[in-house]
Design a protein around this ligand. Structure first.
Ligand code: SF4
Length: 403
């Protein structure tokens, strides 16, 4: 029997392109909505049939802006998933949404198709920052969208934010966090602004029109967020991700309260993304989507018209594949697993996967990083120290071949 899979569905359409974004997305291709959805349906059906309808434990509809697609088309794609895969009754089904492309009717439609987790790219609650980021919505519209999502019945909502804009005022970041906490989403993702090659933002920075984001400022804002969110009951479980615990009454015994708080936070973690960090099996559908199965990964052609054409012509949309050699697979397991700041990389999981212990595979690297105060060696796992959360890339490089 095939092990359960996680499904990722890529919707590459956005109402407008944000200048910092390097995702595989495009604006103004409404004419392709229908043929693209049909191609997704065909690809999903083929994959399910080839694997003999395995069970699916999570579905993540990402993008792009899935809510740019008419709900009827999204419903068709999800129905194809249910037909081609045995979708678990408790499956986490996430839909990404842009606050500028949603209203209560659209949220209700998502709920009707049994999307049970919503991930909204809010990015900031400051209108000046939102304009700078090229977002199509205001702070107020994001608040309205959040209320509409709650009213439609979403009880598992993530909000994404970006920090580290050039010369960002820490007070503005504080206000954004305060407002986010006030809304009380179950999950928060905070990403520092990165200047990605080939984006309009990179071009502006290269030409000197915009200053480069300042790493020290970004680090200060990140640390401030860690403190603020912890005080508000959000438990950090990944370098950029926090899950909400529960508010406790003041007279509760501390130990009980802590246990309940962390159990609640575990429930609110993103189960789909845990699959990536734990380096487990996932299948991606759509233009540019990546899939991963143990020693192999493969990816689809990026261009939307080429993807539609290939599927329509009965051809595979695959654009490339890679066999991952053992040493790289081990390194990736550390690189991804250490992002989980509490869980880290358990010895048992590593050994079950590779037939060799963590210390046998990476003893010198682990000892060196422990001595530098960047890694904790617990009896059953390794994980980043709090200091290393800002220096993840330096730690990860130690485990990758040729670094
Ligand atoms: S809305 Fe999201 S996916 Fe679309 S361009 Fe902006 S950042 Fe990228």
């Amino acid at each position: 029997m095939h092990p359960p899979v996680a499904l990722y569905i890529h919707v590459p359409f956005c109402a407008a392109r944000c200048p910092y974004c390097d995702f595989n997305t495009c604006a103004g291709l409404e004419a392709l909505f229908e043929p693209y959805a049909a191609a997704l349906v065909a690809e999903i059906r083929r994959a399910g049939a080839a694997l003999n309808r395995p069970s699916a434990r999570t579905i993540f509809i990402g993008g792009g802006t899935p809510t740019a697609l008419p709900p009827a088309l999204l419903a068709r794609v999800l129905a194809a998933c249910r037909g081609a895969f045995e979708v678990a009754t408790d499956a986490e089904i996430t839909g990404e949404a842009n606050p500028g492309t949603v209203d209560q009717a659209r949220f209700a439609a998502l709920r009707e198709m049994e999307v049970n987790r919503l991930s909204m790219g809010v990015q900031s609650f400051d209108d000046g920052e939102l304009r700078w980021l090229g977002r199509i919505h205001t702070a107020e519209e994001a608040v309205t969208a959040f209320a509409a999502a709650r009213a439609a019945g979403f009880d598992n909502i993530n909000l994404d934010f970006i920090f580290g804009l050039p010369n960002q005022d820490p007070a503005t970041w504080d206000r954004t966090l305060a407002q986010a906490i006030d809304l009380g989403p179950e999950h928060l993702s905070l990403y520092s602004l990165t200047v990605e090659d080939g984006t309009p933002l990179a071009d502006q920075v290269r030409r000197g029109f915009i200053p480069k984001p300042d790493d020290d400022l970004a680090a200060d804002l990140y640390l401030a967020a860690c403190e603020t969110l912890a005080a508000a009951g959000y438990v950090q479980y990944e370098i950029s991700n926090w899950a909400r615990g529960i508010s406790e009454s003041a007279n509760q015994r501390i130990s009980e309260s802590q246990i309940r708080n962390s159990q609640s936070a575990i429930r609110n973690q993103c189960r789909h993304n845990l699959v990536y960090w734990r380096r487990e099996l996932y299948l991606g559908f759509g233009a540019g989507a990546h899939s991963f199965a143990g020693e192999r990964r493969w990816w689809n052609v990026r261009s939307v018209p080429a993807y539609i054409q290939r599927i329509g012509g009965g051809k595979s949309p695959e654009a490339g594949r890679e066999t991952i050699e053992r040493r790289l697979a081990m390194g990736e397991t550390l690189m991804l697993g250490l992002r989980l700041v509490t869980e880290g990389v358990p010895d048992a999981r590593f050994e079950a996967r590779f037939g060799v212990g963590l210390d046998a595979a990476f003893g010198p690297q682990i000892r060196r990083l422990v001595a530098q105060g960047l890694l904790e060696r617990l009896p059953d796992r390794v994980r980043l120290t709090p200091t290393a959360r800002l220096l993840g890339n330096r730690v990860f490089a130690e485990f990758l071949p040729g670094e």
